[in-house]
Write a protein that binds this ligand. Structure first.
Ligand code: M6R
Length: 612
C-alpha cells in the first residue's frame, strides 16, 4: 500500500520538495503512518522523515528547509516494522549516497539480507525494503540503472521503486513489479507516482509502467526497459479527470462529498450504455456476443470488502435476470480453495482501485484455468483492468475517502447494466421487463438526489446512537448484502462494533445478543420479503431492541413497528440497494463525525490494499 512520488526538473525551475509533498498529500489514502522525502543538493543527499501523517513531515521541513530540482517521497502503510522514523522511507545505504522509496513487499528480503553479511551492521530499520538499497550500493559502479537492474534480478516480491543517487542529481530510476507506478510526462520536467491524482496538478500525460519495467528518467528524457531488457516506447495516455474533483469542494470531508456525488457518478456510469426508451443496452467494452453469453455456464464474482458486497448483490441479478448460476467469493478465500472452474466460467473481478492484491491474484488464478474474465474497475489503467479480457469502468472519478461510497454504487450500477445486457442477449427476460428495469435505473440518480436534500435528518438519528457499542444491521434478499455494507461502513469509520445479518438467520443464534442496548438497523423497503422483515423486526422489538428502519416513502405501517423511520424514494425491489445503502453511508458518516473520528483516513486502514 504506501504511496510514492518523484520529481526531476530544471535546476531552480520548481522546488521538487513542494511538488513531491503536494503529490504525497493526494496519496495519503494509500497509507499515512509515516512519511519521508529525499533530495540531492550540492551533491549531498538530504532526508527528512516523520512518524504520523504527512503534516508532521511538512512541519519538520518548514523548520529545517530543503530544496532541490530532484526529490523522491513516500507515505507509508506499515507491513514490516512498526510505524517509526527508522522504518519510514526513504532508506539509504551506509555511505548516504543512494536512496530509495518502495511500495510493495520484498518476499525474499531475509535471504538477501543474509547474503549481505558484511553490511549487516548498516541496516537501520526492520523493513523488507532496506535490503534493496544496500544491494544497489553493492552493485553500483557509476551506473545507477545498471545497479538497480542487477539488484532487481535478485528480488522476489512486489515493488514500485524510486531511486536517486547523490552522484547524479538529474536522474530518477524507477521500476515496477506488481505494484502500480506511473510516469507523468512534463515539459522540461518529469514525474513518477503510485497513482494519477498525485500528478494531475502538473500533467495529464501519463505512462503506465508494465510489470518488469525499469525506467531512467531525467527532465528531458524517459527511457523504459522491459523485463526482457529491451527499450520500449510505452503509450502516453491523456487523463481527463478534473483535479477539482479530487478536492473537497466545500464539504467537510471527502466521504461526504463522495456520498453527494452519487447521483452524478451513477448517471455517468449509465450514460451511453443504457437507452431506457428503446429498451437497449450497449456496453462497448464487453465484446461478448449472444452466443458467448449463452455459452457461459456459471459466473464467479470475486472481490474484497465493499466490492465484495456489491458483487453479492449481483448474484441476485445474474441469477434472476440472466438465469446464470452465480457464486460470490471473497478473493482471499477463492484463491486458496481450488474452486471448480472451466472455460465456460465467467469470472468477474470487482475492484475500485484495480490494485487489490487478493483480487488480482484470484483473477490470475481464473485466467490460468482458462476462464473468461471481466473486471469492474474505477481506476483506468490499473493492474486488474489491464489483465482481464473485458473491463467495465465505473465512471466515478477519484474516490479519496477510505470508506467506499460512490465506488460501491458505481459498481452496483455497472453490475445492473451487465446483468441486463446478459439477460437481453439470452432473452431470459422479456423486452418489457428489460425496459422496466432500465427505466428504474435511469430514475435512480434523481431519486438519490431527492433523498440527499434531507441528509441532515440522519444526523439527528446519529446523535441518539453515537454512544452505542454494538449495532446490528438486518436485511433480506438483495438488501442482505446492503446490511453487510452498512455494518462495514460503521465499523471502519467509527470503530463501533457492527454486524450485518440475513434477517432470517436471527432466530438461529444472533437473537441471543439482543437487549435494550443494541440498536437494529433494518432494511424493509417494498419487496416480496417486506412482510418477513416486519416479522423479524417484531421479534427484535419484543426483546427490547430499538429499531431504525429504512422504508419506502409510501409506507405508514413501519411507523408502528419501529422507533425511527428513514424514508427512501420508492423503487423496484431489485434496484433498491442503490438507494437503501445511501442512508447507511450517511448514518455511519455522522456517527463518525460526532465521535471525532478521522472520517477520511480511519485508523489501520488504507484505500488500496496492495498486499496480501
Ligand atoms: O479497491 P478495491 O475495490 O479492490 O478495494 C476493496 C476493499 O479494500 C474496499 O472496498 C474496502 O473494503 C473499503 N474500505 C470499504 O469501504
Amino acid at each position: 500500500m504506501c504511496g510514492i512520488v518523484g520529481y526531476v526538473g530544471k535546476k531552480n525551475a520548481k522546488n521538487a520538495v513542494e511538488v513531491v509533498l503536494k503529490g504525497l498529500k493526494k496519496l495519503e489514502y494509500r497509507g499515512y503512518d509515516s512519511a519521508g522525502i529525499a533530495v540531492v543538493c550540492n551533491n549531498l543527499l538530504h532526508i527528512r522523515r516523520s512518524v504520523g501523517k504527512l503534516c508532521n513531515l511538512t512541519d519538520k521541513i518548514a523548520q529545517d528547509p530543503i530544496s532541490s530540482n530532484i526529490a523522491i517521497g513516500h507515505t507509508r502503510w506499515a507491513t514490516h516494522g512498526k510505524p517509526s522514523e527508522n522504518n519510514a522511507h526513504p532508506h539509504t545505504d551506509a555511505s548516504n549516497s543512494i536512496v530509495i522509496v518502495h511500495n510493495g513487499i520484498i518476499e525474499n528480503y531475509a535471504d538477501l539480507k543474509s547474503q549481505l553479511k558484511e553490511n549487516l551492521k548498516d541496516f537501520k530499520s526492520q523493513t523488507d525494503t532496506e535490503v534493496i538499497v544496500h544491494l544497489i550500493k553493492k552493485y553500483y559502479k557509476g551506473d545507477l540503472l545498471d545497479a538497480v537492474k542487477k539488484t532487481l534480478s535478485k528480488v522476489k516480491g512486489s515493488y514500485a521503486l524510486g531511486v536517486i543517487c547523490k552522484d547524479d542529481p538529474y536522474t530518477i530510476i524507477c521500476a515496477r513489479q506488481e505494484a502500480p507506478l506511473i510516469i507523468g510526462v512534463g515539459v522540461k520536467e518529469n514525474f513518477i507516482a503510485s497513482d494519477i491524482p498525485a500528478l494531475l496538478t502538473y500533467t495529464r500525460d501519463m505512462i503506465f509502467l508494465e510489470n518488469g519495467d525499469i525506467a531512467k528518467i531525467t527532465k528531458d528524457k524517459i527511457v523504459i526497459i522491459d523485463k526482457e531488457g529491451n527499450e520500449q516506447n510505452r503509450e502516453i495516455k491523456t487523463i481527463n479527470w478534473d483535479p477539482v474533483l479530487a478536492e473537497k469542494a466545500g464539504y467537510k470531508h471527502f466521504m461526504l462529498k463522495e456520498i453527494f456525488e452519487q447521483p452524478r457518478t451513477i448517471e455517468e456510469t449509465l450514460r451511453g450504455r443504457i437507452y431506457p426508451n428503446e429498451g437497449k443496452i450497449h456496453v462497448e467494452e464487453v465484446k461478448l456476443n449472444k452466443e458467448d453469453v449463452r455459452n457461459i455456464s456459471n459466473i464467479y464474482v470475486i472481490a474484497c470488502g465493499s466490492s465484495y458486497h456489491a458483487g453479492f448483490v449481483s448474484k441476485f441479478l445474474f441469477e434472476n435476470f440472466a438465469k446464470i448460476p452465480t457464486e460470490v467469493d471473497i478473493a482471499s478465500e477463492f484463491r486458496y480453495r481450488n474452486p471448480i472452474l472451466s472455460e465456460k466460467t465467467l469470472v468477474i473481478a470487482i475492484s475500485q482501485s484495480g490494485e487489490t492484491a487478493d483480487t488480482l491474484a484470484a483473477l490470475r488464478l481464473a485466467k490460468s484455468k482458462g476462464c473468461q474474465t471481466l473486471a469492474i474497475c474505477n481506476v483506468v489503467g490499473s493492474s486488474i483492468s489491464r489483465e482481464t479480457n473485458h473491463v467495465v469502468y465505473t465512471h466515478c472519478g477519484i474516490e479519496v475517502g477510505v470508506a467506499s461510497t460512490k465506488a460501491f454504487t458505481g459498481q452496483l450500477t455497472a453490475l445492473y447494466i451487465l446483468a441486463l445486457d446478459f439477460a437481453s442477449k439470452k432473452e431470459s427476460l422479456s423486452k418489457e421487463d428489460i425496459k422496466k428495469y432500465l427505466q428504474e435505473l435511469w430514475e435512480i440518480p434523481v431519486k438519490i438526489g431527492d433523498f440527499l436534500e434531507n441528509a441532515q435528518e440522519l444526523n439527528k438519528i446519529a446523535k441518539l446512537f453515537d454512544q452505542k457499542k454494538d449495532f446490528l444491521y438486518l436485511g433480506r434478499h438483495v438488501n442482505y448484502p446492503v446490511a453487510l455494507e452498512g455494518a462495514l461502513k460503521l465499523k471502519e469509520i467509527s470503530y463501533i462494533h457492527a454486524e450485518g445479518y440475513a434477517a432470517g438467520e436471527m432466530k438461529h443464534g444472533p437473537i441471543a445478543l439482543i437487549d435494550e442496548s443494541i440498536p437494529i438497523v433494518s432494511i424493509a423497503t417494498n419487496s416480496k420479503v417486506y412482510e418477513k422483515m416486519i416479522s423479524n423486526m417484531e421479534e427484535a422489538k419484543a426483546r427490547g431492541a430499538t429499531i431504525i428502519v429504512i422504508a419506502s416513502s409510501n409506507n405508514r405501517e413501519v411507523l408502528t413497528k419501529s422507533e425511527h423511520v428513514i424514508y427512501v424514494p420508492e423503487t423496484d425491489e431489485f434496484v433498491s440497494p442503490l438507494i437503501s445503502v445511501v442512508p447507511l453511508q450517511l448514518l455511519a458518516y455522522y456517527i463518525s463525525v460526532n465521535l471525532g473520528c478521522d472520517v477520511d483516513q480511519p485508523r489501520n486502514l488504507a484505500k488500496s490494499v496492495t498486499v496480501e
